[in-house]
Design a protein around this ligand. Sequence first.
Ligand SMILES: [Zn+2]
Length: 296
Amino acid sequence: MIDSPDPFPDFQVDLGPISGRGVKLVELTPKHADLKWILSVHTEQYFHHVHHVCELGGGILDQGDTPVSVDSCDVALLSLGSLLTCCDAVMGGKVQRAFSAARPPGHHAEPDRPMGFCLFANVAITAKYLRQQHGITRIGIVDFDVHHGNGTQACLEDDPNKLFISMHQHPRTCYPGSGYEHETGTGAGEGYVINIPFRPGAEDEQYLAAMEEKVIPALDAFKPEIILISAGFDAHRDDPLAHINLSEECFEKMTRRLVDVANVHCRGRVVSALEGGYNLRALGRSVVRHLIGLSH
Ligand SMILES: [Zn+2]
């Protein structure tokens, strides 16, 4: 448990705009993910390294970018488990769409190394889980975190059963330095990775245009059976970690368009995972707009 003081003691996320629309919110209780799902993309050696560092009391992984405490491995298994619980609820018909409000995030973690606050590649593992546990063979993944989803890409780049689309600040100007347009997948997965980099200073207009001109047509052609969203909110204009200037409204609009595609191709099924977002007030407001988009 984290026992440091709440940095925003008076801050509450107002869910009224969602429930006020007559949408019934269902709270799901996550379970820890089974180790076998971690091993669907990560090496055993890597898992044991993370587990061991945590067991010894924690430390710094990834050359200083990814600190862990004694509880981090356990919490990361719960964060992944939250996403898998969302998938079970959606695939079982309990809910049509679900959002995993869990950290640590996952989209930077590569098969054999942690990166950028991420220990396990939650969304990539979820794609494997959906295939093996629920028989889904075409999985659309849209990552609008401001940083390239290098981990998701590294875990799934040779896999033709997914379409991975990442919208992010241009790698020449932003961590992690990958996500160029020429990265389009490898082997059998060639053509199933689409990277859409944006120049620093990009605003709603550029993102919404890319959504209409690139993301939606690609998803329409792929015809996914479910859409996963790597929902990072650090492209918000108030976020301290990057230089993209999106409004909260833009997150809702992009989400609505993804729900529209899901309604056409996959019975409305969308599962969304929280990734980045480091201005906590902007993050709270953006998540609410994302949930409004998901519930439309
Ligand atoms: Zn990010």
